[in-house]
Design a protein around this ligand. Structure first.
Ligand code: SAM
Length: 298
């Protein structure tokens, strides 16, 4: 008999799988003619929720974004119809309205429709717009939350969203508007002062301007920055840099891949928490912020 993997709590992988099946059998009924907006998480399929996995198996058709990883798409049963509704910088993409119309059309045909989105459907994903279009059309829907890249991606990079010694607040920001520009509604002055930790989605194209606005608003050019590309995927890449050098550093990343920009002292904690790096031999520091030395000196 083969060896059974044991979780730290002592449960076998087989018994965990049984529990997953049991949970799945108690999962909500996916009624024909309804749409589930499902978060696919940042990429690693192990980060999908059980509800998401259940939805992928129950759906008649899956309408997915380009951001959904091929590893997650591989979990869709072979016979299930797939419709790509995604866009990847620069390439032509369906208009938002056309995607909503497609969802309504499929639901009206009596299909169980999964709308699969990268990360979480309601975080910079236009999930709310699509859900409101379903409401207007009288289509029943459900939302299956996913792990947003700004959370899961940072943790795979070894960067905590909060730490008592660095920040009491964290802000998620979009660096890109539907029209292509930098969002006007973002008050960089206020953010710079009020939020020690910034996690910027879709900021790649405007990284030079974002960095100079933050510096103009009072952040130091030496403020730590991390660029995280393809977070949680086998080809994840993390660059540690500073606000004044981040635009230059960004050029080293492959084109057309999703990138998060993280600004603030939380980035320094990576020297102690880069658990993925440690698996490949990186030595981790127990006191990456040098708190002990500073408190002794003080
Ligand atoms: C349209 S937003 C979608 C966000 C998604 N709904 C979420 O909750 O993560 C796309 C942006 O999310 C970020 N992103 C999503 N997945 C990522 C990943 N695996 N690695 C790095 N950034 C990612 C990037 O900034 C990308 O440009």
């Amino acid at each position: 008999m083969g060896k059974k993997a044991r979780s730290p709590e002592g449960q076998t992988a087989a018994s965990l799988a049984c529990e997953a099946t049991e949970l799945s059998s108690r999962a909500p009924v996916f009624a024909p003619g309804s749409v589930w907006l499902v978060g696919a998480g940042p990429g690693d399929p192990g980060l999908l929720t059980l509800h998401a996995l259940h939805a992928l198996h129950e759906a008649d058709v899956i309408v997915y974004d380009a951001l959904v990883s091929k590893e997650v798409l591989a979990l869709i049963p072979e016979g299930t119809a797939r419709v790509i509704a995604g866009k990847r910088g620069g390439r032509p993409s369906p208009r938002q309205r056309d995607i909503s119309v497609k969802l309504i059309e499929l639901a009206n045909q009596g299909k169980r429709v999964v709308r699969l989105k990268g990360g979480d459907p309601f975080v910079f994903g236009r999930g709310a717009e699509e859900a409101l279009a379903l409401v207007a059309a009288g289509i029943a829907f459900r939302v299956v939350p996913g792990l947003t890249a700004g959370l899961g991606g940072l943790e795979y990079a070894g960067i905590p969203l909060t730490h008592r010694d660095t920040n009491q607040a964290v802000t998620f920001i979009t660096g890109h508007m539907a029209g292509g520009g930098l969002p006007d509604a973002v008050d960089w002055q206020a953010l710079s002062r009020a939020s020690p930790a910034l996690v910027i989605y879709m900021g790649r194209r405007h990284i030079t301007e974002i960095a100079s606005r933050l510096i103009a608003a009072g952040r130091l050019g030496s403020d730590p920055v991390a660029l995280i590309a393809n977070a949680t995927l086998p080809d994840q890449q993390v660059i540690e840099t500073t606000l004044e050098k981040c635009a230059e550093a960004e050029k080293k990343l492959p084109p057309q891949v999703p990138v998060l920009i993280v600004v603030g002292k939380i980035v320094r904690l990576r020297a102690g928490l880069d658990w993925l790096g440690a698996l490949e031999g990186r030595l981790l520091l127990a006191d990456p912020l040098d708190v002990k030395r500073q408190s002794e000196a003080g």
